[in-house]
Design a binder for this molecule. Structure first.
Ligand SMILES: C[S@@+](CC[C@H](N)C(=O)[O-])C[C@H]1O[C@@H](n2cnc3c(N)ncnc32)[C@H](O)[C@@H]1O
Length: 279
């Protein structure tokens, strides 16, 4: 199904940064790609907060957590340019054009992305375009959802008894299906932890492909909705039940999936533990 397109939406901040001092002196226009982390504003880096306070324009994605925009300087323009699988999205080309337009006007532009900009964030395409246009670009890392999930569950993705590598995998191609370039035999390695982004809609197919490639159906798995946000939800169980477990968390909010023996400890956890912290 073709993804619907939408225009960037100007957002007026209600509380944004009123008490914060203005940013440092401005030089020529530039773009800073900022990682907003998984949602909890306390997981932002100090550098990210400084960039939000110094920005003239913030172009932000749908998955950026609510409290994070409160840190933007109140005089900054904020434009929602979100792209979400299966929903109306801004075209990448329009987002690139906006960054270029504002930077050419001498603005300090922040391109605010969920998690880390360099993980499934199309940062590569944006950096390429900005470099081609001769516009200065900097990247401020953020905590990627997969690592925030490991911390939230208190589970090491590389527990040395279980996994010698971690793979970040996308469950979503341009067409909304599983990417056809995934190497299923390689992914079905029992000594690797798989962390699957954008896999909420394709998890059933993914499980079938992994089992067919030799990963045991009883391999431990977890699915976590909205890591670090008030609506965080968790499921843990065997790979064979993962599709049902993930479906139970719904498709309206982001879901992260992890598979591998390192997740075995999750099955012994009280999956509601820690959630009260956000309640
Ligand atoms: C386009 S990718 C962006 C990933 C982001 N750059 C990062 O490093 O986390 C979007 C996917 O990231 C995952 N994701 C992002 N934030 C999440 C969160 N707070 N909880 C669960 N999954 C999240 C989901 O799998 C979602 O479909």
């Amino acid at each position: 199904m073709p993804v619907q397109q939408r225009k960037p939406v100007e957002v007026k901040l209600v509380r944004g940064g009123a008490a914060l001092p203005p940013g440092p002196d401005k030089g020529p226009g530039r773009v800073t790609l900022v990682g907003a982390g998984p949602g909890d504003p306390e997981l932002l880096t100090l550098k990210a907060v400084k960039a939000l306070q110094a920005a003239d324009v913030v172009l932000f994605d749908d998955l950026v957590g609510d409290g994070i925009l409160d840190l933007v300087h109140r005089k900054a323009r904020c434009l929602a340019v979100g792209k979400r699988g299966g929903r109306a999205s801004c075209r990448q080309q329009d987002i690139d054009d906006l960054m270029v337009k504002f930077a050419r006007k001498g603005k300090q532009v922040v391109r605010l992305k969920s998690g880390d900009p360099m993980i499934f964030g199309r940062a590569g395409e944006e950096i390429e375009r900005l470099r081609r246009e001769g516009i200065a670009v900097e990247v401020i890392p953020g905590i990627t959802a997969g690592l925030a999930m490991a911390s939230a569950l208190g589970i090491s993705l590389t527990h040395r008894d279980h996994a010698q590598s971690v793979r970040f995998v996308t469950g979503h191609s341009r067409h909304g299906t599983l990417p056809d370039t995934l190497d299923w035999r390689g992914l079905a390695d029992a000594r690797t932890t798989l962390v699957v982004y954008m896999g909420g809609r394709t998890v059933g197919d993914m499980v079938a492909r992994l089992v067919a490639a030799g990963l045991p159906a009883e391999t431990p798995a977890v699915a976590v909705r909205s890591v670090s946000r008030p609506s965080e939800g968790r499921w843990a169980g065997p790979l064979s039940l993962l599709a049902e477990g993930a479906a139970g968390l719904g498709l309206d909010e982001p879901i992260l999936i992890a598979i591998g023996d390192s997740l075995g400890a999750a099955q012994a956890l009280d999956m509601t533990e820690g959630l009260a912290a956000f309640g």
